[in-house]
Structures are given as structure tokens and as C-alpha cells.
Design a protein around this ligand. Structure first.
Ligand code: HDL
Ligand code: ZN
Length: 413
């Protein structure tokens, strides 16, 4: 391959900031919810499920241990006793390297370095270092912890921290969600009749006006829809409010929640999704925009073809278990072959701030040769490839596709 192309692509991919369009991060104004530091990194649920494979420890007892003890367990099992070769454990090493923290088998040495990081705007420092211009949050009005911040009127710059209204519980757990909506003063009943539908829409309108989300989102299980009322809630409550506020709907399909309940948040698995319902939804609602990602590797090809057939669909990311070099390469190649540049290649799903440093550097490293090879093929066919050509394309993938699909004005990011 022409080295100059490879170098130009790699430089461009590193230079162009990305809009991270799905994360679980919060600005520091959400204090307790803004997670950072080595103990948060080591107790990331990906590492918890990996580390607990090595010890005959009762899961529930482990999850009741103090976070520091859990972090020490993870450190011993994955970084001291053996080589940290998984994507998530390698990611911790990348974070240390990016922060110039030398590796030491003694976790307290590393804790010491983190305690000395003196940066009055650490969040901005990390975002700049990861070259992430802005990120979309996951804002859940059914989460008691998070609601406290909204009720107090939390301030943050929506230019860098973009809200997204997450409505999973409304669709997946109506029994409890309806209790929250009722407690908020909306007169709804267990039966989803016309009045309950209208009151639920009022509840959603309240949170749209409060959060000003860029999209509404729901993570739906692999076998969705199981019950009729789930599609009723999606189509009679959620999507009409999306339409009123011209909001895209992000559907994240394929989770198998609590496959191993003993592992808590680390216990979720994956299941293959049937696209029958989604396909007819996209066909029936051509004006409704859908951001879609699916969790099963086996579903990626069908999703890619769906995204080619419906202009109201924008597929995004190599989600969760798919966020590995091997699967990013397979999935992204498939998408470029079928969709050209019309997709959003990645989101980080970060929960801890410093993860931005590894999730985006690992992705950029994996993505760069894949993209460079495309330009090599174009050059072989006689096309002239310039730095501007590549910049334009990468900006489309890293920012433009999301901005245009969500009507997010460029001034906001
Ligand atoms: O439902 C989701 O948004 C998922 O991303 C889950 O939060 C999952 O636990 C996760 O963190 N994946 O990366
Ligand atoms: Zn997520």
C-alpha cells in the first residue's frame, strides 16, 4: 500500500474530532454520576465479568465488597497473576500510557499517580486528549439517582454534553415505570387505555422539554416485542412524541438482560434479533428517523441491508461485545461495501471518563488501515486522492452523519 495514503489516513483520523453519539458519561456537574479514576476503571462491568471467571468467589458476595476491594481483585486476577490481553484490560493499560502513568504491579502506586493528577478541568482535558468534541449522554428519567440532578436544575454545556432521553423502562418494564409516572402526578392506570396513553405522552413531553434531548433512545431485548403492549407504548406514546419534537429514535436491539442475574449489571448477554417488526416500522413511518444498532454479530449483515433500504435509518456503532478490533474490522468492512460512507462507525459506550482515551484510540487504530485500503483501491482505479478528500470523508463519518441525521446544528458541537 502506498505509504503516503496510509499516513494521511492515519493522521486525518487522529486529527478530526469525533462526536461520541452514545455514552453513559456525565459532566462533572452531575458529581456522583461523573465517574473517573483507576478504581472505577477496574470495576467496569466488562472487567468484573472477566475477572470473576478466575476465582471461586460467590458473585453476590463479591458484588457486596467495597469498590476498592473489587478493584484490587480485578487487578490481581487480570494484571498481576496473568497478562491483560482482553480488549477491556488492554484498555486500562492504554489509559495509563495516555496519562503517562508507569505500570506497576502494585495498584497503590497507580492510585498515587491518579491522586496527583491536578487538572481543574479534567473532563475537558480527557476529551481533548481523546479528541472527542462532544458526547451524547444516557439520561434516564426513571433513575432515582439521576433525577435528583434534573430536579435541582443541573447546569452543563449542551455543546459538549448532549442529552438523550432514555425510555427503556417505559417499554420493557411498564409495571414499574407506570408507578413512577403515577407518582409524578400523571393520572394513569395499569391498563394502557386512551387516557393513560395521553398522560404518558405528557410525562415524555415534560422530560423532552426539561432535557432537550438530541434523540430518544431505548435498548430493547433480543426477543422484542414479546407483549402487545410493548409495541403499543412505543407506537402510541414514544414515537408520537418523537414526531412532535422532530426527534430521531435510537433503537438498540439484542440484549439478553440478566443472563446471569448473580453478576448484576455485568450479567447481561446477547441474543439474535428478528428484524420483522423493525422493518415494517421503518416502512410504515418513513418520516420517523431511526438510529439503530444491534448487539449480535450474526445480525450485522441484515442490519446493514436494512440501512441500505430505508433512508430513515442510520446505523451506528460496534456495540458492547462487538467493540473489538476483529469485529470492528468485519462489521465496518461490510458497512462500507453496502453503504459507502452512510453510517456512523462507532460510539464508545463509555461509563468512566478515562475510557474515552482507550475506546477511541483503539478504534482509530483499527479503523485507519481499513479506510486506507479503500483509498488505495480508488487510486488503483485512477482516482486522485488528496488529504482534503480524506478529511471530508472522515468528517462525514465522525461528525456529519450524526449532525445531519439529528438536525444537530454544527454550532452546537
Ligand atoms: O443498554 C445500553 O446502553 C448498553 O450499552 C449497556 O449500558 C451496557 O451495560 C454497556 O455498558 N455496554 O457497553
Ligand atoms: Zn450503552
Amino acid at each position: 500500500m502506498n505509504n503516503s495514503i496510509e499516513k494521511i489516513v492515519s493522521d486525518t483520523i487522529n486529527e478530526i474530532p469525533v462526536i461520541d453519539m452514545h455514552t453513559h458519561l456525565f459532566p462533572d456537574s452531575f458529581s456522583q454520576l461523573c465517574l473517573h479514576g483507576i478504581d472505577e476503571l477496574l470495576t467496569y462491568h466488562y472487567l468484573i465479568s472477566e475477572a470473576t471467571l478466575w476465582a471461586d468467589i460467590d458473585y453476590q458476595k463479591f458484588l457486596m465488597l467495597p469498590q476498592k476491594t473489587q478493584a484490587e481483585f480485578v487487578w490481581e486476577e487480570l494484571f498481576v497473576k496473568r497478562s491483560p490481553i482482553s480488549e477491556a484490560s488492554l484498555g486500562v493499560l492504554t489509559v495509563l500510557k495516555e496519562l503517562d502513568i508507569p505500570f506497576s504491579k502494585d495498584l497503590n502506586d497507580i492510585r498515587e499517580y491518579f491522586s496527583k493528577i491536578n487538572n481543574d478541568d479534567y473532563v475537558t482535558y480527557i476529551m481533548n486528549k481523546a479528541n472527542v468534541s462532544s458526547f451524547v449522554m444516557t439520561n434516564n428519567p426513571f433513575d432515582e439517582e439521576e433525577r435528583k440532578y434534573w430536579d435541582q436544575g443541573v447546569f452543563f454545556s449542551s455543546k459538549n454534553f448532549i442529552p438523550a432521553l432514555r425510555v427503556d423502562p417505559l417499554i420493557n418494564d411498564w409495571e414499574n415505570a407506570s408507578k413512577t409516572i403515577h407518582q409524578d402526578g400523571y393520572s394513569i392506570s395499569e391498563e394502557i387505555d386512551t387516557s393513560t396513553i395521553e398522560e404518558t405522552k405528557q410525562f415524555l413531553r415534560f422530560w423532552v422539554q426539561k432535557m432537550k434531548p438530541v434523540y430518544m433512545a431505548a435498548s430493547l431485548p433480543w426477543d422484542f416485542p414479546k407483549k402487545d403492549y410493548e409495541t403499543l407504548l412505543l407506537e402510541e406514546c414514544v414515537l408520537p412524541v418523537c414526531e412532535e419534537y422532530n426527534l430521531p429514535m435510537s433503537l438498540m436491539l439484542g440484549t439478553k438482560r440478566q443472563l446471569n442475574p448473580d453478576l448484576g449489571i455485568a450479567g447481561d448477554g446477547v441474543g439474535q434479533t428478528s428484524f420483522a417488526y423493525l422493518e415494517q416500522l421503518c416502512m410504515r413511518l418513513p418520516e420517523q428517523k431511526f438510529l439503530i444498532t444491534v448487539l449480535a454479530r450474526e445480525n450485522q449483515y441484515e442490519l446493514t441491508v436494512i440501512a441500505q433500504k430505508f433512508k430513515n435509518v442510520m446505523l451506528f456503532g460496534c456495540w458492547w461485545f462487538l467493540n473489538t478490533p476483529q469485529l470492528i474490522e468485519e462489521i465496518t468492512t461490510m458497512r462500507m461495501d453496502q453503504l459507502g460512507l452512510h453510517f456512523i462507525p462507532q460510539h464508545s459506550d463509555c461509563r468512566v471518563f478515562e475510557q474515552l482515551l482507550y475506546k477511541w484510540s483503539h478504534f482509530r487504530q483499527t479503523f485507519s488501515p481499513i479506510l486506507a485500503q479503500r483509498y488505495q483501491r480508488l487510486e488503483n482505479q485512477g482516482l486522485t486522492i488528496t488529504k482534503e478528500t480524506i478529511q471530508n470523508d472522515v468528517e462525514q463519518l465522525f461528525q456529519g452523519n450524526f449532525i445531519n441525521f439529528t438536525n444537530l446544528s454544527r454550532s452546537e458541537v
